[in-house]
Design a binder for this molecule. Structure first.
Ligand SMILES: Cc1cc2nc3c(=O)[nH]c(=O)nc-3n(C[C@H](O)[C@H](O)[C@H](O)COP(=O)(O)OP(=O)(O)OC[C@H]3O[C@@H](n4cnc5c(N)ncnc54)[C@H](O)[C@@H]3O)c2cc1C
Length: 537
C-alpha cells in the first residue's frame, strides 16, 4: 500500500453515464467526490448503446411511466447538451403480415405525440407507400405505408466525458482505468474503497457514502459488501457501417417480432439490436455470427439491399435490467431503483440499478438526493438547467470558424459537435489544423487536446473521445499517425507508440471479425499483412 488514504464525502464507482451524472450532480451540490472506472469513461454499456435519447414509444404498451419519465428527462438533456444532440427522424414502414397494421401504428404514434413536446420533438406523419419510397427509395417495394417519428441522437462517449469534465470543474477527482478491488468495511459499515490504478499500484480512499453505479457489474460490487442486487442482464449487439446508409432511421421487425432499428448518426450507421439474457463473463462479451445474421435477416425484409453494404465493426454491451421472472427480455421494464443497503444492515453503500441512457440525469438526481439525505446535506439539484461544458454560450457558425482557421467546414462541424462553444479553444491548444485521417475530418489539434486535457491513455480512449479511426479505413490509414500524435503528448517512447497502435488494431479486429464476408476476409488479410510489415499486426 502506498500513500495515506484520500478522504471524500462520496466515492462513485462506475464511470458510465449513470456514475458520471451522479459525480456531476453531487459535486455541483458542493460535496467532495471521487469517481472511479476500471476502464475508460463510457466504455461499458453506455458506449455500446444505440446512441438514442428517446422516450421509448415501445414501453407505452406495458410501462407508460417509463415513457413519460424518459421523455421528460430527454427534454432536459437536449437543452443542457445542445452541441451533442441531433434530430433523428424515423421511418416506420408497415409490411403485409406485420404485427401492427398501419392503423394500429398510427394510433400508437398519436399517443406518443402527446409526449413529444416534453422533449422538443415534432408529431408523427403518416406516409403513403409512394411518399415513403420518395423519402427512402431503398425500402421494400411491398410496403403498405409508413409513419414517421422523431427522436434525438447523441454521442454517449462525449456525454459521459462532458459530465466527468464538469464534475472535475466542480472539484471532483476522477480516475479512469482504476478498478475497485474491495470495499473497506468497519463493523459492517462501508467506509471506503481499495482500488488499483492505471500504474498497477493499490490505494485506498475513505468516503462517507460509496455509490455503486456499475451498471451490469453492480451485483459484483454489492457482493463485495455481502449484499445482493437482482439484475436480469440482457446482451445487445449492433452492426456498424462507416457511413450513412439513409437520411432516416428505419425500423424493422425481426423473425420473432422484435423491433430492430437502423440509425444513421453523424457519419456512420448502427443496425441493431438484439436483446438476450446474458449469463457469461461481463468482461468478455463476444458478438456471434448468429446475432449478425439475425439482424440482417430481419432488416432485409424492409431494406432489401442491406447485405450489399460493408460493415466495419460491431459493438456489444449488457443492459443492467432489473430482475423479473418469466417476461421476454424485450418486455422487461427499463425502470431503475435506488437501493440504500442500510435496509439490509449495510450502512454507507447505495446502489443505482436499471434505467436507460435517456434518463441518466433523473437517475443521477434521485441517487444524489438519497446520498444527500444520508449525509444530512441540503443542496438542490441543478443539473436539469445548468448547461454542460461547451453549452455556456452560442456556437459560432461553422463556416465562419472554418474560414478563419483554414480547415474544412465538415471538420469544424465535427469539432463543434464534440466541444460546442469551446471549439476554438481546442483548435488553439494543439496549434495544428492538419487533418489526421483522410476519411475522418479530425484535426491534429483536437487529438492533442484530447490527449492533454481529456484523460486519453490509449488509442481506444482517443477513438471514444474524438473518433480516431472511426471512419471507413477503421485505422488502416491513420493509426500510426494517431499513435505519433498521442504518444508525443503523453511522452510515449517509439516502442510504446508501436504497442499502442498494435493494441488498437488487435482490439478493432475482434469487433470486426463477426461481420466479415469472403471479400472482407481477403481485405482483412491484406491489411493485416501490411500491418505485420510495419510490425504492428
Ligand atoms: C445494445 C444496447 C442499446 C441500448 N440503446 C440505448 C439507447 O439508445 N437509449 C437508451 O436510453 N438506452 C439504451 N441502452 C441502455 C443504456 O445503454 C444503459 O442503460 C446505460 O448506458 C447504462 O449506463 P450505466 O452507467 O449504468 O452502466 P455502464 O455504462 O455499463 O457503466 C458502468 C461502469 O462501471 C464500471 N465498473 C464496473 N466494475 C467496476 C469496478 N470494479 N471498478 C471500477 N469501475 C467499474 C465499468 O467499467 C463501466 O464503465 C442500450 C443498451 C444496450 C445494451
Amino acid at each position: 500500500m502506498s500513500a495515506a488514504p484520500s478522504a471524500h464525502d462520496v466515492c462513485v464507482i462506475g464511470g458510465g453515464v449513470t456514475g458520471a451524472g451522479i459525480a456531476r450532480d453531487l459535486s455541483m451540490r458542493g460535496l467532495s467526490v471521487l469517481l472511479l472506472d476500471k476502464g475508460d469513461w463510457g466504455a461499458g454499456t453506455t458506449g455500446a448503446s444505440s446512441w438514442m435519447i428517446h422516450g421509448g414509444p415501445r414501453y407505452l404498451e406495458f410501462d407508460w411511466d417509463t415513457t413519460r419519465l424518459s421523455t421528460q428527462d430527454a427534454g432536459y438533456i437536449v437543452s443542457i447538451a445542445r452541441n451533442l444532440v441531433y434530430r433523428v427522424v424515423f421511418l416506420i414502414p408497415v409490411l403485409p403480415h406485420d404485427r401492427n397494421n398501419i392503423e394500429r401504428m398510427e394510433t400508437a404514434m398519436e399517443v406518443y405525440d402527446r409526449f413529444q413536446p416534453l422533449k422538443k420533438a415534432h408529431p408523427h406523419r403518416r406516409l403513403t407507400p409512394e411518399e415513403a419510397h420518395r423519402a427512402e427509395p431503398g425500402l421494400a417495394p411491398d410496403i403498405l405505408g409508413a409513419v414517421t417519428m422523431e427522436e434525438w441522437g447523441i454521442d454517449p462517449h462525449r456525454l459521459v466525458w462532458a459530465n466527468v469534465e464538469d464534475a472535475i470543474a466542480h472539484g471532483a477527482r476522477a480516475l479512469n482505468h482504476t478498478r475497485v478491488t474491495e470495499l473497506i468495511r468497519d463493523a459492517g459499515k462501508v467506509i471506503g474503497v481499495r482500488y488499483r490504478g492505471a500504474d498497477g499500484a493499490s490505494s485506498e480512499a475513505r468516503a462517507r457514502v460509496v455509490v455503486n453505479a456499475t451498471g451490469p457489474w453492480s451485483a459484483d460490487i454489492a457482493g463485495m459488501a455481502g449484499v445482493k442486487v437482482h439484475l436480469r442482464p440482457a446482451k445487445g449487439i449492433h452492426i456498424v457501417y462507416p457511413h450513412r446508409i439513409s437520411n432516416f432511421a428505419i425500423s424493422a421487425e425481426s423473425i420473432d417480432g422484435r423491433d430492430l432499428l437502423m440509425v444513421s448518426h453523424a457519419g456512420f450507421t448502427l443496425l441493431g439490436t438484439t436483446d438476450d439474457d446474458f449469463y457469461g463473463d461481463l468482461d468478455a462479451v463476444d458478438v456471434l455470427q448468429d446475432e449478425v445474421d439475425y439482424l440482417l435477416q430481419g432488416f432485409e425484409r424492409v431494406f432489401p439491399d442491406i447485405r450489399r453494404y460493408r460493415p466495419v465493426r460491431t459493438t456489444t454491451g449488457v443492459r443492467p435490467t432489473l430482475f423479473k421472472w418469466r417476461k421476454y427480455e424485450d418486455e422487461l421494464s427499463r425502470r431503475y431503483e435506488v437501493i440504500d443497503h442500510a435496509r439490509e444492515g449495510v450502512e454507507g453503500l447505495v446502489t443505482i440499478a436499471g434505467g436507460k441512457l435517456s434518463m441518466y440525469r433523473l437517475m443521477a438526481e434521485e441517487t444524489s438526493d438519497a446520498v444527500c439525505r444520508k449525509l444530512g446535506h441540503q443542496a438542490p439539484c441543478t443539473t436539469a438547467t445548468t448547461p454542460l461544458p461547451g453549452n455556456e454560450s452560442e456556437m459560432e457558425p461553422a463556416a465562419e470558424l472554418a474560414a478563419r482557421c483554414g480547415i474544412p467546414a465538415l471538420a469544424v462541424v465535427k469539432l463543434q459537435s464534440r466541444h460546442g462553444s469551446r471549439a476554438e479553444k481546442v483548435l488553439d491548444a494543439g496549434k495544428s489544423t492538419r487533418i489526421v485521417c483522410r476519411c475522418e475530418p479530425l484535426t491534429e489539434s483536437e487529438l492533442v487536446y484530447a490527449a492533454g486535457h481529456e484523460q486519453v491513455r490509449s488509442l481506444a480512449d482517443a477513438f471514444r473521445r474524438v473518433g480516431v479511426a472511426a471512419g471507413p479505413c477503421a485505422g488502416a490509414a491513420c493509426v500510426l499517425r494517431a499513435a505519433e500524435i498521442v504518444g508525443r503528448e503523453l511522452g510515449w517512447s517509439a516502442s510504446q507508440r508501436f504497442e499502442a497502435a498494435r493494441d488498437f488494431v488487435q482490439g478493432a479486429w475482434l469487433g470486426r471479425a463477426p461481420v466479415l464476408d469472403h471479400a472482407g476476409w481477403a481485405q482483412e488479410e491484406l491489411a493485416q499483412g501490411a500491418f505485420r510489415g510495419l510490425r504492428i499486426g
